[in-house]
Design a protein around this ligand. Sequence first.
Ligand code: AMP
Length: 187
Amino acid sequence: MKKLIFMGPPGAGKGTQAETIKEKFKIPQISTGEILREAVKNSTPMGLEAKKFMDAGDLVPDVVVIGIIKDRLAEPDCSKGFILDGFPRTVEQAEALGKILRETKMDLDAVVNLAVPDQELVNRLLSRAKIEGRADDNEETIKNRLKNYNDKTFPLIDYYRKEGILKEVNGVGSMEEITMEILSVLG
Ligand code: AMP
């Protein structure tokens, strides 16, 4: 059973690594960022609400992302495992997730934290902006996303360390090296 969270600052490579690891374990990757971008693209009511936060590099309100995760985890393909990529990002989200998992009698196996220094993140995000053209990858919103990460998401490292399921991985290196390290900490 692989019920995993991939955590790390924006630009740490969680999405990329989650893509590889999900193939390996044949489990779904659940990216709140992707689900929100899809909702924005389709101009759904949720997308219209989320867009202003995303464009500014702010977090979308907890109630919205918690609702997304609750619905997604209820889908049958999640019963054998999943990778949460980009959720939780606040202590409130982590607590809501704990409640959902207790109610559905699921347990997290590991929280993988990818650590990357700030300056490296800014460089990576700016170069991704050029390649992918994401609306939230400009210098000002990048700074705001890093600030939000440091203020709101960083405390989750300690939260999951206390739960005894935190696995720390150095997020600097080649894609293959980092994948190997993740597989090794997952055992
Ligand atoms: P990401 O692709 O994970 O970097 O997410 C892109 C944007 O979507 C973030 O900057 C937030 O605005 C929003 N977002 C994604 N996941 C969450 C979350 N768990 N909580 C709040 N906002 C989120």
